[in-house]
Design a protein around this ligand. Structure first.
Ligand SMILES: Cc1cc2nc3c(=O)[nH]c(=O)nc-3n(C[C@H](O)[C@H](O)[C@H](O)COP(=O)(O)OP(=O)(O)OC[C@H]3O[C@@H](n4cnc5c(N)ncnc54)[C@H](O)[C@@H]3O)c2cc1C
Ligand code: FES
Length: 250
């Protein structure tokens, strides 16, 4: 883990409220695992804490992030004039296990970002991607080149209509005699639903990346602590990837 200064040198809109930024760093970033994240510091914003973002791509002195506009920092990153000075602390956290088997991936909205690189690193039988509407879809064309993809929108404006968790459940029911590993990222209720489905249908392991508020990103501030049946965990250091059994199990 190291802090490197850099500049946002390019920005591209990918979908409604979603954009990609390319950061040119002063040093090489190094290796990262799928699910690792960085804390992005904004130098010209007073008293603002860095924000966590998953690593979409990193190579040599370049790192790319995909960001959804939700508030002050993400709003600033969308509008700032380029080049724009930032700092990058990382890679942080753990990453998804690179395991063999019948692997399925499922994402909700922006949760597709930490899962993207996993497709290049493990055998994936099918990638289930859910979005709210057609306007919010991104990255699926890139995934389609590597893996079979199953797409849904909540309103049916593109792909299958409804929640992607329901389509994954159908798939698991049709293949009940087989055992699966599931890799996931999405909002908390989405992960809870996934856990309920997996438990009901006897899925061996569900690994999921969690989002919480984070102030430091490396285990010092306790800002990201969540209570689990086995005690308190720090999402930034013990995660962000957890076996759902350790979070929702008894
Ligand atoms: C490990 C990790 C990886 C992440 N990867 C990405 C990514 O690749 N792309 C991306 O767009 N976002 C990602 N996020 C979420 C991102 O960190 C937040 O959206 C960002 O910090 C919001 O900053 P802001 O100043 O724009 O929002 P703020 O002005 O601070 O808040 C705006 C709104 O967003 C909500 N919010 C802010 N942060 C979080 C959070 N961490 N969890 C839930 N709700 C939040 C607030 O409650 C508020 O309603 C990740 C978070 C974590 C923990
Ligand atoms: S963000 Fe500081 S301990 Fe996790």
């Amino acid at each position: 883990m190291k802090r490197i200064n850099g500049k946002i040198i390019a920005r591209k809109i990918l979908a409604k409220d979603i954009f990609l930024i390319s950061i040119e760093l002063e040093e090489e970033f190094g290796n990262f695992g799928p699910g690792n994240f960085i804390m992005l510091g904004i130098n010209d914003f007073e008293n603002i804490l860095p924000r966590p973002f998953s690593i979409y791509h990193a190579e040599n002195k370049n790192i790319r992030l995909i960001i959804k506009t939700v508030g002050s920092v993400t709003g600033k990153l969308l509008k700032c004039s380029l080049p724009y000075e930032v700092s990058v602390l990382g890679p942080l956290g753990n990453s998804f296990p690179l395991i063999k088997g019948n692997n399925l991936i499922i994402s909700g909205g922006i949760g597709i970002v930490p899962l993207f690189d996993l497709v290049n690193r493990i055998n994936v039988e099918c990638f289930f991607a859910g979005f709210r509407t057609k306007e919010e879809i991104f990255l699926v064309e890139n995934i389609n080149k590597i893996s079979k993809i199953y797409l849904s929108t909540d309103d049916g404006s593109f792909g299958h209509k409804g929640f992607i968790t329901d389509y994954l459940e159908d798939y698991l029911i049709k293949n009940r005699d087989r055992d699966f590993n599931i890799f996931a990222c999405g909002p908390h209720p989405f992960l809870k639903k996934l856990w309920d489905i997996g438990k009901r249908l006897g899925v061996s392991s569900i690994f999921a990346s969690f989002e919480t508020y984070m102030a430091c990103g490396f285990g010092v501030c306790l800002g990201c602590t969540v209570e689990t049946p086995k005690g308190f965990v720090k999402v930034c250091k013990d995660g962000p990837v957890f076996n759902l059994n350790d979070i929702f199990g008894e």
